[in-house]
Design a protein around this ligand. Structure first.
Ligand SMILES: NC(=O)c1ccc[n+]([C@@H]2O[C@H](COP(=O)([O-])OP(=O)(O)OC[C@H]3O[C@@H](n4cnc5c(N)ncnc54)[C@H](OP(=O)(O)O)[C@@H]3O)[C@@H](O)[C@H]2O)c1
Ligand SMILES: *[C@@H]1O[C@H](CO)[C@@H](O)[C@H](O)[C@H]1NC(C)=O
Ligand SMILES: *[C@@H]1O[C@H](CO)[C@@H](O)[C@H](O)[C@H]1NC(C)=O
Ligand SMILES: *[C@@H]1O[C@H](CO)[C@@H](O)[C@H](O)[C@H]1NC(C)=O
Ligand SMILES: *[C@@H]1O[C@H](CO)[C@@H](O)[C@H](O)[C@H]1NC(C)=O
Ligand SMILES: CC(=O)N[C@H]1CO[C@H](CO)[C@@H](O)[C@@H]1O
Length: 353
């Protein structure tokens, strides 16, 4: 009941906000359509999180002397993932924009009394291609093997902005930068994996991918920018790439598996700037997962023995479920893969994939 009233408040208020913005009618209709679909999908998954509460857990092993990389993670879901990885005695490499924040996080975690594991912080702006290359090179210099790569950094909504390299910001942050990073670190991931214990790549995607469509003709959404449409596209691209790359690695008999994860609807700063946070902040406070609860499915994807050899899967609340049908479309997966390789000019500097 409260949820229904909350949703109604949100829908009415956003309708008013959109009408007052004086945009072309067609754009208003399209934006309203996305707004409503997001509210429906969001509410459905939020309820699901509540129903599945008991399933939202995974055993955390100890004394795992392994190495993980996480992008972003100085706050939100990522910082909880880091804390819990440290309790398993994992060495965590953080790639974040502000190195001081990463170091402050380590101090915080040590202050909580967690003495295991270690953190190394390197500078990384995942939306800048040169920064991704520099970060990857630094990791390669210092480490031979990487057991887990967690592609967590992400942004949601916001006005139309292009990255330094000229890509729509959500596409470049959520998808393109991680595509490149995963590609560049594959040799270290392959080295760490064995028949008994695969190395793993975990993409933090979102249930919003079900609303996505890959717009190859205008990947940057220059002709029509609807923030939520662009977010859904970037998250769908993540899921598709996970499935596709997992297939490729399987064919090559490599011991690396890829998962994409919906962490849940989680109360983080990702929602700053959304109408929901402005109009009804009690909804996230009351009903969303906490960042610790959001970290659980990600840890499950990294660590659970249940998933050994079961790459290419999509995880929600620590369970394997099917992603949207469009995410499983092999032709589009392949097209997106070669499209992205061309965008990044990957053949020019490496021949890995
Ligand atoms: N919250 C949810 O309900 C939800 C639902 C589905 C999926 N997700 C996904 O979960 C992931 C984590 O989100 P969150 O909820 O924890 O959000 P958050 O609290 O806003 O954290 C986002 C993290 O990404 C980092 N980041 C953003 N842009 C970056 C860039 N260009 N380079 C490097 N790092 C960058 C941020 O670092 P700075 O501190 O430098 O900004 C921050 O650490 C995202 O991929 C998001 O799409 C979240
Ligand atoms: C943690 O890593 C730093 C270098 O990144 C190293 O100097 C230090 O000895 C490590 N600490 C532990 C407890 O392994
Ligand atoms: C990260 O890169 C974007 C451009 O892609 C830029 O707008 C932003 O300021 C950069 N952030 C930092 C902290 O360097
Ligand atoms: C998802 O995983 C694939 C590896 O399968 C990686 O190349 C891709 O960049 C990842 N997507 C994102 C953006 O996290
Ligand atoms: C989000 O909002 C909170 C509270 O207003 C603020 O403290 C925080 O700095 C904001 N974060 C971002 C990333 O905008
Ligand atoms: C409420 C809920 O989501 N249940 C659990 C999810 O997982 C974390 C970690 O095990 C628990 O602390 C939550 O209570």
């Amino acid at each position: 009941m409260i949820v229904a009233i909350g949703c109604l408040v949100i829908i009415c208020a956003t309708t008013v906000a959109i009408i007052r913005s004086k945009k072309p009618f067609k754009l208003i209709v399209a934006e309203a359509k996305y707004e409503i679909m997001y509210n429906i999908i969001g509410s459905k998954y939020m309820m699901n999180d509540i129903i599945m509460r008991k399933k939202n857990k995974t055993d955390l092993p100890s004394n795992l002397e392994k190495t993980a990389i996480i992008t972003g993670g100085t706050r939100g879901i990522g910082s909880e993932v880091i804390r819990l990885l440290l309790t398993c005695d994992i060495n965590v490499i953080i790639g974040c924009r502000n190195v001081q924040q990463g170091e402050a996080l380590l101090k915080n975690i040590r202050d909580m009394g967690i003495t295991t594991g270690n953190i190394t912080v390197y500078q990384l702006n995942i939306s800048v291609i040169e920064s991704v290359k520099k970060f990857a090179n630094q990791v390669k210099e210092d480490y031979q093997k990487i057991d887990y790569l967690i592609n967590n950094a992400g942004i949601m909504f916001g006005p139309y902005v292009e990255s330094l390299d000229g890509y729509e910001s959500q596409f470049s942050t959520n998808y393109l930068g991680h595509f490149l990073l995963t590609h560049l670190l594959l040799p270290e991931l392959k080295r760490a994996g064995s028949e008994k214990s695969y190395s793993r790549v975990v993409n933090v995607s979102s249930c919003a991918h079900v609303l996505g469509r890959i717009n190859f003709d205008d990947i940057n959404c220059r002709n029509r920018y609807i923030a939520s449409e662009a977010y859904a596209q970037s998250k769908l691209a993540q899921v598709m790439f996970s499935v596709y790359l997992n297939d490729l690695l399987k064919k090559e008999n490599e011991c690396v598996q890829i998962h994409s994860v919906h962490p849940g609807i989680v109360n983080t700063e990702l929602f700053n700037g959304t109408s929901l946070k402005k109009l009804a902040p009690w909804v996230p406070n009351l009903f969303f997962k906490t960042p610790e609860q959001g970290a659980m499915p990600i840890l499950y994807a990294c660590l659970s023995p249940d998933l050994e050899g079961k790459g290419g899967t999509y995880i929600d609340n620590c369970q394997v479920i099917s992603p949207s049908n469009s995410a499983l479309d092999k032709d589009v997966q392949e097209k997106l893969f070669s499209f992205t390789k061309d965008l990044l000019n990957i053949e020019k500097y490496s021949t890995l994939l």
